[in-house]
Design a protein around this ligand. Sequence first.
Ligand code: IPE
Ligand code: IPE
Ligand code: MG
Ligand code: MG
Ligand code: MG
Length: 297
Amino acid sequence: MGKSRMLLKRDIKEKKELVNIEMDRYLPRKDEYPKQIHKAIRHTLFAGGKRLRPYLMIHTYLLFSRTVEKILPIAGALEMLHTYTLIHDDLPDIDNDEYRRGKKACHVIYGSDIALLAGDSLLVYAIESINSAEIDEKLKLQLVREFCEETGHRGLIAGQIVDIASEGKKISEKDLKYIHTNKTGKLINLAIRFGCLLGKASEADMENMKVFGDKLGLAFQIMDDILDIEGDLATLGKSVGKDENSQKATYPAFAGLEESSEKAERLISGARERLEKYGEKAIYLDLLAEFIITRKY
Ligand code: IPE
Ligand code: IPE
Ligand code: MG
Ligand code: MG
Ligand code: MG
């Protein structure tokens, strides 16, 4: 492993622990009544996961500010929201996936009823967690408002809806981009936006980082589509070949593997250019951007 990759790995681990401790402290113990729900929540939340969205938020924040303690409940909220979307995404009525984060999916162990409610709970906890942060009240309201806008029926959920509705259909590149931007890109951009808002970035920096996020988010989902073809269950921690089976609208299905990889690479190059103005401060974001297209999990 190259030196820079090791640096990134160590830093991801460090930030992941901070976020895990925060979420663990916030959530009920797994034996708290009614047990099934708390066990189910923890099953998927602490199964692993790259903690990429908290990581993006923390490092965007660090471009403009210092000391991350106060923003950890918000980083945790992004991960709770993300985990809720994964639990629901795996349900038999959505993607019908049996594995998640190297373990059996939540519904396989606890049943669809509990998995559905575990997802609901994580969504509510996420908002509670933002609310619990000790930050300026006006800013907090803005975060909650943007959180709802980006992850609700005009954002992430809209992407999931069109993703399901497009199964088995030939769709345009524009529609494919709509799916990816909404189901995945919006949460990734929200993490970056939160980092900017909490770090009190200038308007120019917010705009610059929005372009970074747009490119990174799209490249991330294209890579996810590629890994569904080229990856393996043991490394990826989730089943492969499922997009083709379900005739999902993906970039490889639309443009082929080679063109999809090239597109992801182009997007990441463009994203990394946006970091140049921050110099050394952006080292981890830059390494992360590179990791997005070289990752195997
Ligand atoms: C998987 O996200 C779902 C997508 C939006 C493609 P991640 O690849 O970030 O999953 P975890 O959190 O590491 O499990
Ligand atoms: C998931 O996209 C997006 C959300 C959960 C919002 P995918 O369906 O491609 O994610 P995986 O491959 O199951 O992780
Ligand atoms: Mg899906
Ligand atoms: Mg899925
Ligand atoms: Mg996928």
